[in-house]
Design a protein around this ligand. Structure first.
Ligand code: TRP
Length: 334
């Protein structure tokens, strides 16, 4: 049987190069081999944006446009709007019985995100428990594979635990999913910080114009120990070279730049200019595809509705099995 992919993104802003290396690249690569469902996770995004739902509303279409721009084929991939699949909420409720408070409290990704968010009225239950709803996202579509960034690994582990628990308690209905992380597990921000993040303002977006891209690249952090272009520089841990490795297809050029950098024979400006050219070439086909869809927003809406309809039908079929397994499928009418 053809295997299935499920993954997703919170529609909180445009997608960036970090999303690309972490997950989008794998999705594009595998879309012909796998039955692919991609969730635009507006319900999950509400868990920390419930005071500003309008932000998410505007970004659902933007994220769909990013998917299409990056080369996800709407004839192969189903883009599913999470809030339009209410069965997910139902499955989340059942899963809540299978997870302990202590396990949720240990989730390292949620812990880290709570720190970054500084919730003034305490951590909302919805946010704190979103790994349970994410397990529902993954399992309701009976996914085999989940292409995600490294920070999402605890979520997949949580999903696997829930599946084992469910299948052993009730019946073997659910599939234990595997995570797949991108070749470059985590892309640093343009400021050299651990990761690209909208709130840190250190992103290069897939939708950036040439001009925006040039500004970002030319102001990137490099080797902090290097003052003059004639000082021997460090290539390892230098975000400009990390990006060259990830996005410049001309490996000979990258090797040559690295060698001269180590010897103090090339300035940051030249290294950055070449990175700009490589990234601009990388983004150009995305800009072309995006422009086509922007001229036809009704096509994007149709694609979303079609994907959501197919996703919901699959979710409903899984829920029939889930309810039967849990002995809450009643047939009094007969
Ligand atoms: N938590 C993911 C993120 O922040 C988004 C997401 C929601 C997701 N549901 C998912 C990812 C299911 C993979 C599978 O990016």
């Amino acid at each position: 049987m053809i295997k299935r992919i499920l993954t997703g993104d919170r529609p909180t802003g445009p997608l960036h190069l970090g999303h690309y290396v972490g997950s989008l690249q794998n999705r594009v690569r595998l879309q012909n081999e796998y039955d692919t469902y991609i969730l635009i996770a507006d319900v999950q995004a509400l868990t920390d944006n419930f005071e500003h739902p309008e932000k998410l509303h505007d970004n659902v279409l933007a994220v769909a446009q990013d998917y299409l721009a990056v080369g996800l084929d709407p004839n192969r991939c189903k883009f599913v709007i999470q809030s339009m699949v209410p069965e997910l909420t139902e499955l989340t409720t059942y899963f809540m019985n299978l997870v302990t408070v202590a396990t949720l409290e240990r989730n390292p990704t949620v812990k880290e995100e709570i720190k970054q968010r500084n919730f003034t009225r305490g951590v909302p239950v919805g946010f704190w428990s979103y790994p349970i709803s994410q397990a529902a996202d993954i399992t309701i579509f009976k996914a085999d594979l989940v292409p995600v960034g490294e920070d999402q690994l605890p979520m997949i582990e949580q999903s696997r635990e829930i599946v084992r628990r469910f299948n052993s308690l009730y019946a073997k209905v659910l599939i234990e999913p595997k995570a797949m992380v991108g070749q470059i597990a985590r892309l640093p921000g343009t400021d050299g910080g651990a990761k690209m993040s909208k709130s840190l303002d250190n992103c290069i977006y897939l939708s950036d114009t040439s001009e925006a891209l040039r500004k970002r690249v030319m102001s990137m952090f490099t080797d902090p120990t290097r003052i003059h272009p004639t000082d021997p520089g460090h290539v390892e841990g230098n975000p400009v070279f990390t990006y060259h490795d990830a996005f410049n297809p001309d490996k000979a050029e990258v090797d040559e730049l690295k060698e001269r950098y180590r010897l103090g024979k090339v300035g940051d400006v030249e290294v950055k200019q070449k990175l700009f050219v490589a990234l601009d070439r990388f983004l150009e086909p995305m800009r072309e595809r995006r422009a086509e869809y922007q001229a036809h927003p009704e096509r994007v809406r149709e694609i979303l509705m079609d994907g959501t309809r197919k996703g919901r039908a699959l979710a409903q079929a899984t829920m029939d099995d889930v309810r039967r397994a849990m002995k809450i499928a009643y047939d009094f009418a007969q």
